[in-house]
Design a protein around this ligand. Structure first.
Ligand SMILES: NC(=O)C1=CN([C@@H]2O[C@H](COP(=O)(O)OP(=O)(O)OC[C@H]3O[C@@H](n4cnc5c(N)ncnc54)[C@H](O)[C@@H]3O)[C@@H](O)[C@H]2O)C=CC1
Ligand SMILES: Nc1nc(=O)c2c([nH]1)NC[C@@H]1CN(c3ccc(C(=O)N[C@@H](CCC(=O)O)C(=O)O)cc3)CN21
Length: 292
């Protein structure tokens, strides 16, 4: 088995990287749907795909299963997510070894969301508290891992200030993070300001914008409230005008994302990472729109 190339070596080619994030489905029907999505996305050959790691125990085995088939059956470069939630250091060492043994060389390194029902993060006994600690653990165990870490253009909800949160990004990079993927945002000015502040703080790694084409107003309102991202009034107005017409809602979401990505690439973003909630349609339409 050929080990994956590190994603930083791809950024070094100085062309915008296109990546896509999946989440592990809850059941076999979801897995079948994800396989169909993966097959459709082969046509646009993303540079890499990532697979989230759920806060609940149940989807975690699915993460490994989904990563394995995306690599073996579809030939994607796969970046599994790993979080500190519910794991001891020993367990994290074992997971790191398994990921490495399976040929993966890139890991999205996260603290993780508190489990459902909890609103604060409580570290496990003999576990880790911060993503920076996980980055250090992974790099020490396997120096050839390439690590993605999260950045929050509108700050992480638990951070005291944007400055304190950017200090945390710096800690994650110093601990071994190789590139940053941002939380989703809908106003490019927010990203550009964040990048400027990161540069001023001495962060020189690629900072990849995370973009979500909106599929439903209710769902995105729920999610942005949870993660502290702002929905611009103009976008809300357009989504409201589309009402219950799902095709119209999706086309508003798509149009917004397309406009964002075009401008971000002009502004020099190192690529874009798409949160597509396992649906192929928006990623295919964006690829077509960007090629036009
Ligand atoms: N791409 C993805 O899958 C993304 C996932 N997430 C989720 O967001 C959540 C946070 O994860 P990470 O950003 O990896 O966590 P993190 O450990 O980098 O930061 C978590 C919080 O702790 C604060 N913090 C970190 N180190 C600190 C220190 N030494 N002293 C004081 N405060 C400190 C941070 O400012 C932040 O508020 C997770 O729930 C993650 O799963 C967020 C964005 C993207
Ligand atoms: N704090 C945080 N946790 C994450 O897991 C996370 C981020 N931020 N930011 C980047 C991506 C985006 N993620 C997301 C974003 C939205 C939904 C969401 O709204 N899910 C729907 C159901 C999905 C479906 O349509 O099947 C929901 O209602 O929860 C889930 C994960 C996962 N990632």
């Amino acid at each position: 088995m050929q080990p994956d190339r590190s994603i930083v070596s791809l950024f070094a080619q100085n062309r915008p990287l296109r990546s896509i994030e999946f989440f592990p489905p809850k059941d076999d029907a979801g897995v079948a749907a994800l396989r169909a999505t993966a097959a459709a996305l082969q046509r646009i050959s993303p540079d890499f795909v990532s697979v989230t790691y759920g806060a609940g125990g149940s989807t975690r085995e699915r993460t490994a299963q989904v990563c394995a088939f995306l690599k073996s059956d579809f030939g994607f470069t796969v970046m599994p997510h790993l979080t500190c939630v519910g794991h001891t250091r020993d367990e994290l060492h074992t997971l790191a070894d398994q990921i490495h043994d399976n040929g993966f060389r890139n890991i999205m390194t996260l603290r993780g969301d508190p489990p459902k029902g909890a609103d604060t993060f409580i570290p496990t006994t003999d576990g880790l508290r911060y993503a920076s600690e996980l980055a250090a653990l992974l790099k020490t165990r396997h120096p050839d891992f390439c690590l993605g870490v999260a950045g929050y253009p509108e700050k992480h909800p638990e951070a005291a200030s944007l400055e304190a949160d950017i200090d945390n990004v710096k800690r994650k990079i110093d601990a071994g993070g190789d590139f940053v993927t941002t939380q989703l945002f809908f106003d490019n000015a927010v990203y550009l300001r964040f990048v400027e502040k990161c540069h001023a703080r001495g962060i020189t790694v690629p900072i990849v914008p995370g973009i979500m084409p909106v599929l439903s107003l209710k769902q995105i309102q729920r999610f942005t409230q949870m993660c502290g991202a702002t929905l611009p009034a103009k976008l809300i107005t357009r989504l409201e005008a589309a009402g219950e017409n799902t095709d119209a809602v999706e086309s508003v979401g798509l149009d917004w994302a397309l406009t964002q990505i075009r401008e971000l690439l002009v502004q020099g973003a190192p690529g874009y990472h798409l949160y597509i909630l396992n649906r192929a349609k928006s990623a295919l339409a964006l690829a077509a729109g960007l090629a036009a």
